[in-house]
Design a protein around this ligand. Structure first.
Ligand SMILES: C[S@@+](CC[C@H](N)C(=O)[O-])C[C@H]1O[C@@H](n2cnc3c(N)ncnc32)[C@H](O)[C@@H]1O
Length: 317
């Protein structure tokens, strides 16, 4: 069933370059109320923030580490005067955004935005020639190329295995390091070529062979999993009683962190290996999604990027 209110929100956000994923589901689960405060930890193109602001007379604080998100936030400030503020920060720093009564809802929508992927100069995509950068905050930290140059081959192999789930991690690491050492690794296309030289493209493979290596390096450059692990407990601390914490993940490494944390808060075993006694577990929250919510078929058909999305949420007791 379509809801004209959400359709118009979706259309607005799309015109501005990034299609917010699971917009309707995220807003429904946060269920914004007049007079309350919300925190969007991943502003991006502002699609979710805008939908929250349009669905109730509430206030939103939005965070993004990308300096270019700041310009997009300026537009929203004009549309929602006094109801929206933007803070450029890593979401692992949200504890400094404490409010008097706590937030009624906090949202994470992990990963990179289409703005970042589509801008060749950011170096996120193997489809576009650009410098090997991959930093979400381009003002600090080592670029992907600097990281590759600073790592030993076995360290790079570990990153490819853990963050990219690349089975041929050793071969791919060797190919990347040897391209770097011969001076032939400067751009995203050089990296894609080095990976392909180690993994000749199989017809049956649905994704480009460099997908896993790009994912792995992006996660390492931005310490994405560390950011999530540090931010979730702080986010829970910032919620008011009855407040909702929702997170949209795009791959199993992100989703595993969210799932385990939410289960622990709900007083459940974190996973099958968790042998803790039921009486030792403390229930601080209620799971709103026993199984993660996933995008509708219509959404995945329209926006292939949404295909792997999983939305999980809890309510603070
Ligand atoms: C998938 S996009 C969010 C899209 C947004 N929900 C929308 O509707 O337009 C993810 C955004 O989160 C930001 N981001 C990712 N990790 C971050 C972190 N650790 N701290 C702050 N921002 C982060 C990225 O820069 C990117 O702009």
């Amino acid at each position: 069933m379509t809801n004209p209110k959400y359709d118009s929100l979706q259309n607005c956000a799309e015109r501005r370059g990034h299609r917010p994923v699971m917009l309707k589901e995220a807003v429904e689960i946060l269920s914004p109320k007049d007079g309350l405060e919300y925190l969007d930890c991943t502003f991006g193109g502002g699609g979710h923030t805008r939908a929250i602001l349009e669905s109730a007379d509430c206030r939103v604080t939005a965070v993004d580490r990308d300096p270019s998100a700041e310009d997009r936030a300026e537009e929203l400030k004009k549309i929602f005067p006094g109801r929206f503020r933007f803070v450029r920060a890593n979401f692992s720093e949200i504890c400094k955004l404490q409010t008097e009564n706590g937030y009624a809802g906090i949202l994470f929508d992990f990963g990179v935005s289409s703005f970042q992927l589509d801008e060749a100069g950011r170096g996120f995509s193997f489809m576009r020639a650009g410098p090997l950068d991959m930093r979400m905050d381009s003002s600090k930290g080592p670029t992907a190329l600097e990281l590759i140059n600073s790592l030993a081959e076995f360290e790079l192999a570990k990153i490819l295995r853990e963050y990219g789930q690349e089975r041929a991690f050793a071969k791919v690491a060797r190919a990347i390091k040897s391209a770097a050492e011969s001076g032939g690794l400067k751009t995203t296309l050089d990296l894609a070529k080095a990976v392909e030289s180690a993994l000749p493209r199989q017809n049956r493979e649905k994704i480009h062979p460099a997908t896993r290596a790009f994912q792995a390096l992006r996660i390492a450059v931005n310490d994405e999993l560390g950011e999530i692990s540090r931010a979730l407990p702080d986010a829970f601390g910032l919620l008011s009683r009855g407040g909702v914490l929702a997170a949209i993940s795009f791959h199993s490494l992100e989703d595993r962190i969210v799932k385990r944390f939410f289960k622990k808060l709900a007083g459940l075993p974190e996973d099958r290996r968790d042998r803790s006694f039921a009486q030792d577990r403390v229930k601080l929250a209620t799971l709103l999604t026993r199984k993660p919510a996933v995008p509708s078929e219509a959404e995945t058909a329209e926006n292939p990027r949404s295909r792997s999305a999983k939305l999980r949420a809890i309510r603070k007791d």
